[in-house]
Every structure is written in C-alpha cells, then in structure tokens.
Design a protein around this ligand. Structure first.
Ligand SMILES: C[S@@+](CC[C@H](N)C(=O)[O-])C[C@H]1O[C@@H](n2cnc3c(N)ncnc32)[C@H](O)[C@@H]1O
Length: 231
C-alpha cells in the first residue's frame, strides 16, 4: 500500500500520467448524469489533482475535495464552491465530520482501491446515507505484468470489490477494461513508475522491473475498474 509520502511524491507528475483515471472519471460523471441524482453539492474522497471535478464543465454549489495527500489537495483546482480538505478515508473521524455537512452525492474516483479495509470504508460511506458514485481499480490492472514478474497485485480482485459494493449499496455496477499502448519499453516503465495506479511492481525495484519488461510479451498495459452508482 503506498504511503502518504508516495502520493505526495507522485502528485506533480500525476496529472500527466492519469490518462486512464481521466477516462474513468468521465465515465463515472456520465453515469451520474444518467442516474438523475442531484449533484449540486459533492463530496469527493481521494480527489487527487481533480480528475472527477475536471470531468465537468459546470460549476457546483459546493464541492468538497478531500485527499490524504496535502500536495494533491494543493494542486486540486480552485473554483466557485470548491473547498479543499486533507482527510483520510480510512479514518472514521472523517466520516463523523462529514455527517455534520449537507451534500447531495459522495464521489470517489480511482482512489478506494487504496483503502486499508474496503469493507470498513464502504461501511462508513454508507452511514452517510447519500447516493454514491464510485470507481475502484481491481487486480485485473497490470495483471499480465504482475504475472510476468511474479508478484501479486496489492489491490483487490473484481469479485471481492463487487461483493463489497453489493454488501453496502444498491447500485448500478459496470466493469471497465482499458488497454494503454506504448511504443517502447522505456515509456512503459516510466508510466508504471509515475502513474501511481498499482503498486505491486514497486516491490521488485526499478532494475528488476526494467529487466522483466524486456520479456513482457504485450505492447500494452491492462486496467480493470469497477464503477458503482447507487444508494
Ligand atoms: C489514482 S488517484 C485518483 C485521483 C482522482 N480522484 C482522479 O480521479 O484523478 C488516487 C488518490 O487517492 C488518494 N488517497 C489514497 N489513499 C487515501 C486515503 N486513505 N484517504 C484519502 N485519499 C487517499 C491519493 O492521495 C490520490 O490522490
């Protein structure tokens, strides 16, 4: 599991390397629009540099952008109605403070795969009794790469993620799969190191990862994401 320091370290390059998260946020925003849920006042857990916020051209009556990394919070866009907060979605205290607030929708895009205990965090989200829009990366992300270097993904499988969503919410669920193609191994390596998407390959170190990539049979990296919009 990456530490806050790692999220801070990647904050600057994150925006440039977050192509997939951008697509995921766009998909999630469209699903919310289709759901008909009110979305004037949003709470965004793991807001990062603003992937979900920037998937919209509209302004919000209020948009509470929360991230555990102070550096991410700093680079999240400012704007009408935007309030930023350093907060940890593993911490029940954050949810106690959110109960004091009024909002329409709780969003978390491409962040909850890093929850220490997803069951507990989703349980805390559910106590807020508001519609949710979630996207959560699964172990299908970088699956072939992890196999070829012999590490297990640090994030949960699609099945486990779906079970936990079903346990806490009555939601419309979608499974998204993406491929990101690279013209050479160096740019693939750079992407893996800077995107902050996965993490299992960090266990093997830069040199071994570089060597392993020489034998990696695919010209692309895989991504798998579960989305859920419901109550
Ligand atoms: C892959 S980024 C996604 C950012 C943004 N939501 C987007 O769609 O581009 C994951 C974000 O989750 C944040 N994060 C990780 N663990 C967290 C935690 N325990 N509490 C709050 N934010 C967390 C990271 O700092 C990072 O900004």
């Amino acid at each position: 599991m990456p530490s806050n320091r790692q999220f801070n370290r990647f904050a600057q390059s994150y925006r440039r390397y977050s192509l997939i998260q951008k697509r995921v946020a766009g998909f999630l925003a469209r699903q919310v629009a289709r759901s008909g849920y009110a979305q004037d006042r949003i709470v965004d857990l793991g807001c990062g540099s603003g992937g979900y916020f920037m998937a919209h051209e509209r302004t919000f009556a209020s948009y509470l952008a929360i991230d555990v990394s102070a550096e991410m919070v700093r680079i999240h866009p400012e704007g009408q109605g935007v309030e930023k907060m350093v907060g940890d979605f593993n911490d029940p205290e954050l949810f106690r403070s959110l109960k004091e607030r009024d909002f329409d929708l709780i969003v978390s895009s491409s962040a909850l795969q890093w929850a220490k205990d997803l069951d507990a965090t989703l349980g805390l989200v559910a106590t807020l009794k508001k519609p949710v829009a979630l996207s959560i990366f699964t172990s299908g992300t970088f699956a072939a790469l992890h196999r070829s270097i012999g590490v297990t993904s640090p994030i949960r499988s699609k099945e486990e993620t779906l079970d936990l969503i079903e346990k806490h919410f009555d939601a419309r669920v979608d499974i998204l799969q993406y491929r990101l193609y690279f013209s050479d191994r160096i740019s693939m390596l750079r992407y893996i190191k800077r995107s902050g998407v996965s993490g299992g390959e960090r266990k093997v170190g830069y040199r071994r990862l570089k060597e392993a990539l020489e034998n990696y049979p695919l010209a692309y990296l895989q991504f798998e994401v579960v989305t859920a919009v419901g109550k």
